[in-house]
Every structure is written in structure tokens, then in C-alpha cells.
Write a protein that binds this ligand. Structure first.
Ligand code: ADP
Ligand code: AMP
Length: 219
């Protein structure tokens, strides 16, 4: 009798798990660090090995800037060039839409790496207002390296990226924004014990070994 019950539960386990996943709230990892710390590089590697979807706030803003008919194109363009943080209403709506579309297309894709967000107090408040109760923030992956390393990597990337902000003048502004606005947000999550800090000044594979160990433990 009990054996039969267990067999029944085991038989139905895949469909039960599937149904649980259908009702999953988005599980979010925020990915932060200075410009050029390697956030995008590491997120691409995570996506290869783990079931995460990578959403970069910067990429979503650049796509919106390029979208024909976008009412925000010029504003986004100016902010990016000046290394300033785009108003949260724009960024949060792009993130929310991307998350919803991803989950709508495949309801097993509910794990997200949100790269380059929240970058300041305004971003954080926007997230808390719009996403409160709608997503679980698991932790922050913080890619930590010196300003010099960040600048050198972005200048190197600038040789081929075509980005309007991979030049010394924009980079100085971006670093300033990072130190003044983003570091306090990382510290806030640190106080909550929610930050995994990774030494991002090393080679890509060494950095990824640490990332993998953190995500393996989390799985
Ligand atoms: P972010 O997303 O933080 O702005 P990227 O991932 O785009 O940074 O990396 C910035 C530049 O530095 C890219 O040209 C990338 O190839 C390079 N890069 C990334 N990680 C490393 C690393 N660990 N060592 C050396 N170069 C790196
Ligand atoms: P990134 O691609 O992460 O280096 O970001 C490039 C630029 O996009 C930043 O310097 C900002 O101008 C803008 N940006 C990126 N993420 C955000 C965000 N979370 N909030 C507002 N602006 C952002």
C-alpha cells in the first residue's frame, strides 16, 4: 500500500516538478562591478553552463536607443555618452518586459542574471516598487577590480566595440558614477550578507572558476 503510494509519487515527480516550475517567481542574481570588470564576459560563460538568462541593462538600453520610433532614443544616447544613469522608469520597464517575454516563451526559464542593475538608489527604489513580491533576489555577484584595470579593459574593448562610451573621457565619468552611486548599493547588499565578491582582476577562466563554485553551491 505505502510502496504503491511512493511508486505513484515517483512516477508523477517530473510532472509535479514541471508544474512547480510553471508557478516559479523569477529568481534573480544581480551582477555588479565597475565598467569593464568583466560582467558581460562572465555572464556569457554562466549561461553556457547554468540555466540562466542574461539580461544586461546596458544592452537593453542600447537596443531601445536603436529601436525605430523610440521616444527615449536621444535621452538614452546622451546619458550613455555622459556615463550617467538613465531614469529608472525606462530601465525597469525594459527589464520587466524582457523577463516576462523570456518566461512567456519558455516557462522553465525563470532564472535571470541582471547585469548592470541596480546601479544607484533610484534603480533600487524602482525595483522595489515595480518588482516587490514579483521576483526573488537571491544574491549579488560583485566583480571587483581596480579602476585602472577597468579603464584599460574598456579602452582595449573600445578599439573594436564601436561604443560611444569606451573612450577615456566617458570612462572617467563612468568610474565616477560607479564609485558615487553603485558602490553604496553593493555595500547595502553586503550589510544584508547577500554579496559574493569575486576578484575580477585575474584571467577570465580563473574568475569563472570562482563564479562556478558559487553557482554550484547555490544549485
Ligand atoms: P563589463 O560587462 O563589466 O563592462 P566586459 O565583459 O564587456 O565588461 O569586459 C570588458 C573587456 O574586458 C572586454 O573586452 C573583455 O573581453 C575583457 N575582459 C573581460 N574579462 C576579462 C579578464 N578577466 N581579463 C582580461 N580581459 C577581460
Ligand atoms: P554598461 O553596458 O553596463 O557598461 O552600461 C553602459 C551605460 O548604460 C551606462 O554608463 C549608463 O549610461 C547606462 N546604463 C546601464 N545600466 C543602467 C542602469 N541600470 N540604469 C541606468 N542606466 C544604465
Amino acid at each position: 500500500m505505502i510502496g504503491g503510494l511512493f511508486a505513484n509519487v515517483f512516477q508523477r515527480l517530473p510532472s509535479l516538478l514541471y508544474r512547480v516550475s510553471l508557478n516559479m517567481k523569477p529568481q534573480v542574481v544581480f551582477v555588479l562591478g565597475g565598467p569593464g570588470a568583466g560582467k558581460g564576459t562572465q555572464c556569457s560563460k554562466i549561461v553556457e553552463s547554468f540555466n540562466y538568462t542574461h539580461l544586461s541593462a546596458g544592452d537593453l538600453l542600447r537596443a531601445e536607443r536603436a529601436r525605430e520610433g523610440s521616444e527615449f532614443g536621444q535621452l538614452i544616447s546622451n546619458h550613455i555618452k555622459e556615463g550617467k544613469i538613465v531614469p529608472v522608469e525606462i530601465t525597469i520597464n525594459l527589464l520587466k518586459k524582457a523577463m516576462e517575454e523570456t518566461m512567456h516563451e519558455d516557462d522553465k526559464k525563470f532564472r535571470f542574471l541582471i547585469d548592470g542593475f541596480p546601479r544607484n538608489e533610484d534603480n533600487l527604489q524602482g525595483w522595489n516598487t515595480v518588482m516587490d513580491g514579483k521576483a526573488d533576489v537571491k544574491f549579488v555577484l560583485f566583480f571587483d577590480c581596480s579602476n585602472e584595470v577597468c579603464i584599460d579593459r574598456c579602452l582595449e574593448r573600445g578599439k573594436s566595440s564601436g561604443r560611444s562610451d569606451d573612450n577615456r573621457e566617458s570612462l572617467e565619468k563612468r568610474i565616477k558614477t560607479y564609485l558615487q552611486s553603485t558602490r553604496p548599493i553593493i555595500e547595502l547588499y553586503e550589510k544584508k550578507g547577500k554579496v559574493h565578491t569575486i576578484d575580477a582582476s585575474r584571467g577570465v577562466d580563473e574568475v569563472f572558476a570562482d563564479v562556478k563554485a558559487i553557482l554550484d553551491k547555490d544549485a
